[in-house]
Structure formats: structure tokens, C-alpha cells
Ligand binder design. Structure first.
Ligand code: PEP
Ligand code: CO
Length: 456
């Protein structure tokens, strides 16, 4: 018996109603909007704008991530901690894409597997904060929550949460994504060109250690050229975008019912993740993302128990759908070797097969005596190595890496071959949030991770 029109309407209505179940649940990290009318106005506009990504692309990504979860691909996810509206310039976007492409070539060669490239880009504007306020001297103001909520300047006007910023967030994401699509489809991503950039990096005497690997890649490309390989196809590459799905008044109106399948897709990004601070099982964020079709991620910090992970998997991936769920561990270099194996064991013993990736940034933060938020390059590398060791010991697959990076020559993280020290942090510290690896540190990380991948 075919469904009556009313039944179809009622079924899709219940999907749509379910999408708003989060409104009745405990919710964290939302801005203190003052003007409810202005929030409705912004949400209504967002709901009327075209999607930024299409359901078919989202499905493709889920398939790619499924391959990674099965051990046959590697995910590289990276970009700013917090994108800014002012930072959405052609140069900065190009440099970040270029850095990710350069890293991906090295990782692809070493892993002998496809590398899925994903920016923390075109929407990474909302930030969770440990405190609702910030105090400087005797003035206390609302904390900066990312450009999509308020301004960074330390004045009452700038720190006021302004719903109209969500509309600007959409447009900035759209123009960023437009340029990313042009770069990755229009010839900029040509494998031979990307490799030439890497040779520029390894020809610096400080990076002589990586020269050997660059030469091997050179020979592989020359071999392919000699064989008459079709380089036309290698001028383009797939590239996906992602951000933390934090700001519900943005994520909800960007979520649409796909006309092909009648199911909800968050069309603000291909992949969205739930942060460490908003992943409680009965909270709004977990409920909302449990209902969208996108592949999703969850950050897992050092206090996560095996029972927490299994419960999150049951809620977010009840059908054990390949590629659906990525677990992003961010334990800290000193903790990962103890904290990660029990989680891997518990999941291995279950019927779930999530993709495990490492975020070696967020467990390794520190503040210098001079007040800079920074991270040591060596700690970042140590956490990545601990991640590989943990997976080797349990017999699970270390499927990717999530990093905060920029393509510019900033001085925000300590160490690396340029040996940035506490004094030089002041030279070019630009992040409004967490410190990022600069261009050279990012490439160095890729070469060092390549060594780990070759050992697998
Ligand atoms: C982030 O990715 O910038 C972040 C806030 O991470 P986490 O949720 O892991 O603390
Ligand atoms: Co961050």
C-alpha cells in the first residue's frame, strides 16, 4: 500500500520536528543574544540562502571516510583555530590550501594511500570559551566567541553578541569556499607544482633531513612522467570543508531537508564536529548532530571513559554506518599513551568501526610567562607518535590527523626547524584564539608523520 500524502507529510514533519528537539535540552556555549527579534531575522535569512555544500558531495565524503576507517586512506584536516572575517583574503586562503596540498603529497607518498583533504575552513568562526567573560585590568567584558558572534576588540560595543554577524559568516564562508573550489579544480593543485613547492622547503639547509624523502617523490613523479601518466587528472583534487558545529542559531537554519532522500543535511559544511566542551550525551549538540546525514566528528579529551565513547557511538552512529563517525582524540602528549589504548580496546571489542584521528594540538596548550598562548612543536609531534603507538599496540588503524595551521609565516608555536623561541613569539603572533603551526612547521610535521606512516 502506498503512503497517503498526509502520511508522507506527517513523516517528514516528524523528521523536521526531531531536528528541533535540541531546543528543549541543556545547551552550552551559546551567545547571550540580547535581541531575540534580530536572531529570528538572521535565522530566517540564513534559511533562505542557497546551501554552501550539496548533499551529493556530503555523501561522497562519507564514502571516502569509510575507506579511511577501514585502513585504506588517511584524513588530513587542518586550518585556523578561529577563522576571521578580515582573514578571508585571497592570499591567506591560498596559503592555507597550498599548505594542506603540500602536506597531503608527502603523506600520500609515505602512506601509499589516498589522503582525504579537508580544511578547517569556510565556516570555522564560532569558538567555545572556558569563561563567559574576560577581564583586563579592572574591566570585565563578554568573552570573544568568534567573528560569527562578536568582535575581538576589547570594547563593550565590539563584545556585544550581534546576530547580524551570522549572515556575514555565511557570506564569508561562501566566498572562501568559492575560492577553494577554484583553486582545487582550476589547476592550482597540480601534483607536479605542489611537489615543486615542497622542494623549495627541503632545499633550505634547516630541512636537509627531509631531502631524501623529497627526492624519492621526485623520482616517483619522473617515473610516472616517463611512463606517460595522465597528469590532466592530477591537476585537480577533491577538497572538503569542515568546522565545529557550535552555534546552533547558525547550524539549524543551514540544515535542510534533501529533496532526494527526505533527510536532513547540514549544508554549511561537508563535515561538522562536536567539541570537547559540548559533547555531553543528553545535551543539545549531540542530539542535533545525531539527526543530520553528514559525516560527523567528536573530540575526545583525556578524561573520556570507554563507556562515554560507546554511548556516544550508540547515539551518533546507531546503524554503524561506514564513514559516519570520526573520533578525534586530543589527549595531550603526556597522557595519550595511557588514555587512548583503553578507548581503542573498548571500541575494537564492540561492533563499531569509527575513524580514529589525532588532534595533537588541543591537549598541548601552555601560556608563556609573557602571556602568549602557545604549544611546543615537539609536544605536537610526541602526541602524534603516541597516537601511532597506541594504535599499533591495540591493532587498530590510525586514520588521520587534525591540525591547527596557517600557510603564513607566523610565530605562534615554539620550536620546529626555525627554532621559534619564547622571545620570537612576539614577532608575528596573529591568532585570535589558539596558536597555529606556521607554513614551515606544518610541512615539517607532514614529513615527520610520513616517517611514522612508512613504519606502519
Ligand atoms: C578547537 O578545535 O578549536 C577546540 C576548541 O577543540 P576542543 O573542542 O578539542 O577543545
Ligand atoms: Co583551537
Amino acid at each position: 500500500m502506498s503512503l497517503t500524502n498526509e502520511a508522507v507529510v506527517a513523516a517528514s514533519q516528524s523528521v523536521i520536528d526531531g531536528l528541533d528537539a535540541w531546543r528543549a535540552l541543556p545547551i552550552k556555549q551559546q551567545p547571550p543574544w540580547l535581541d531575540a527579534g534580530a536572531v529570528i531575522e538572521a535565522s530566517t535569512k540564513l534559511a533562505s540562502f542557497p546551501p554552501l555544500v550539496f548533499a551529493g558531495e556530503v555523501d561522497t565524503l562519507r564514502d571516502r571516510l569509510a575507506v579511511a576507517a577501514s585502513g585504506q586512506a588517511f584524513l588530513l584536516q587542518g586550518g585556523d583555530c578561529a577563522e576571521t572575517f578580515a582573514g578571508a583574503t585571497a592570499d591567506q586562503i591560498r596559503n592555507r590550501v597550498k599548505t594542506l596540498l603540500q602536506m597531503a603529497v608527502v603523506l600520500t607518498y609515505a602512506a601509499e594511500l589516498p589522503v582525504i583533504k579537508m580544511g578547517r575552513m569556510a565556516g570555522q568562526f564560532a569558538k567555545p570559551r572556558s569563561s563567559d567573560t574576560e577581564t583586563r585590568g579592572d574591566i570585565t567584558l563578554p568573552a570573544y566567541r568568534g567573528d560569527i558572534v562578536n568582535g575581538y576588540d576589547f570594547t563593550p560595543e565590539s563584545r556585544l553578541a550581534d546576530p547580524a554577524r551570522m549572515v556575514q559568516g555565511y557570506h564569508t564562508s561562501a566566498s572562501t569556499l568559492n575560492l577553494i573550489r577554484a583553486f582545487t579544480q582550476g589547476g592550482f593543485a597540480d601534483l607536479r607544482e605542489v611537489h615543486n613547492w615542497n622542494k623549495g622547503f627541503t632545499s633550505n639547509p634547516a630541512n636537509a633531513r627531509y631531502d631524501q624523502l623529497a627526492r624519492e617523490i621526485d623520482r616517483a613523479i619522473n617515473f610516472m612522467t616517463a611512463c606517460g601518466a595522465d597528469f590532466e587528472a592530477l591537476k585537480r583534487t577533491e577538497f572538503f570543508v569542515s568546522h565545529e558545529a557550535l552555534l546552533m542559531d547558525y547550524e539549524r537554519p543551514m540544515t535542510r531537508i534533501d529533496s532526494r532522500t527526505g533527510t536532513p543535511y547540514n549544508t554549511s559544511a561537508h563535515f561538522v564536529w562536536i567539541g570537547e566542551r559540548t559533547r555531553e550525551l543528553d545535551g543539545a549538540h549531540v542530539d542535533f548532530l545525531s539527526r543530520v546525514r553528514n559525516p560527523i566528528g567528536v573530540k575526545l579529551g583525556p578524561t573520556t571513559s570507554p563507556a562515554d565513547v560507546l554511548a556516544l557511538i550508540d547515539k551518533l552512529d546507531p546503524h554503524r554506518e561506514p564513514g559516519r563517525l570520526t573520533l578525534i582524540t586530543r589527549m595531550g602528549a603526556g597522557k595519550i599513551r595511557d588514555a587512548l589504548p583503553p578507548l581503542l580496546e573498548a571500541v575494537k571489542a564492540s561492533d563499531a568501526n569509527p575513524l580514529w584521528i589525532t588532534d595533537p594540538m588541543h591537549g598541548n596548550g601552555m601560556t608563556t610567562p609573557t602571556g602568549y598562548k602557545t604549544r611546543r612543536f615537539d609536544d605536537v609531534l610526541d602526541e602524534v607518535q603516541g597516537f601511532f603507538e597506541a594504535h599499533r599496540s591495540v591493532g587498530t588503524y590510525p586514520g588521520g590527523m587534525h591540525v591547527e595551521l596557517t600557510g603564513d609565516d607566523v610565530t605562534e608555536c615554539l620550536g620546529g626547524s626555525e627554532m621559534i623561541d619564547e622571545e620570537s613569539l612576539a614577532t608575528r603572533y596573529e591568532s585570535l584564539c589558539d596558536p597555529r603551526l606556521n607554513h614551515s612547521q606544518s610541512l615539517e610535521l607532514a614529513f615527520l608523520v610520513a616517517e611514522e606512516l612508512k613504519r606502519r
